[in-house]
Ligand binder design. Sequence first.
Ligand code: DDQ
Ligand code: CA
Length: 273
Amino acid sequence: FLRRVFVLASILLLVSAVLVLGVSSNTRDNPSSDHHSLLTYAFQVVNEFPHDPDAFTQGLVYAGNDTFFESTGLYGRSSVRRVAVKTGKVELLHKMADSYFGEGLTLLDERLFQVTWLRQIGFTYDTKNLQKLEQFTHGMEDGWGLATDGKILYGSDGTSTLYEIDPQTLKVTRKHVIKFNGQKVRYLNELEYIEGEVWANVWQTDCIVRISPDNGKILGWILLPSLREGLLAAGYSGIDVLNGIAWDSHKNRIFVTGKWWPKLYEIKVHPAK
Ligand code: DDQ
Ligand code: CA
């Protein structure tokens, strides 16, 4: 019996030695592996709120006072709406013309800016009543995401380009092509400016990429597959992709949701191990 214990113990020792050696030599072979793990962020849900499951969310922005403005897509069903954070209730709704597919939305100086899909046409709205103010043409290839740092607009058009747009002239003033390990990151979608970074949903993925607007470099990836998977597991089979990031700069709250998602999440992000 003792001999058996001894043999088993030696096998265990050998296996763990191989494992430890394997892992450490891996790290040595790949000096950037530490760097890469720092680039990845996990998250935890700190609150969840109801969200209109008929909202094909394309733009989400926090407006203070526990209120969002949200832009929804699909032809004939596109809208700009004011939504109560806690209840998910739509408090005010502007229905768009049937021929427009609502996309990214942002809030600057009491005005909402919205872009539309497959067109270079955007609109501004009065935040008080959601009345349309102006129609504009932008210089992006298409209208997908919008965000602002309080001075300029950031835009995405489904390519790997992050645009800077002057809110007065609506002209593109600067562009960055976003690359990860030399590869273009296409399908940049809904945007949010958060403490000096631009965060972008990558369409058809459960990932948010964190970008430095100063140089277009990627600062990190937030991996959120468990949100969509959790909804599917709970029986919400009609949901589409993750889309919609909003930032409450007063209470440092991050909100995320998706197209036709019945829930909206407040999350906290931390480096993944
Ligand atoms: N975009 O938001 C990624 C820019 C466009 C999404 C377009 C998706 C069309 C879905 C049509 C569903 C019809 C029920
Ligand atoms: Ca946003």
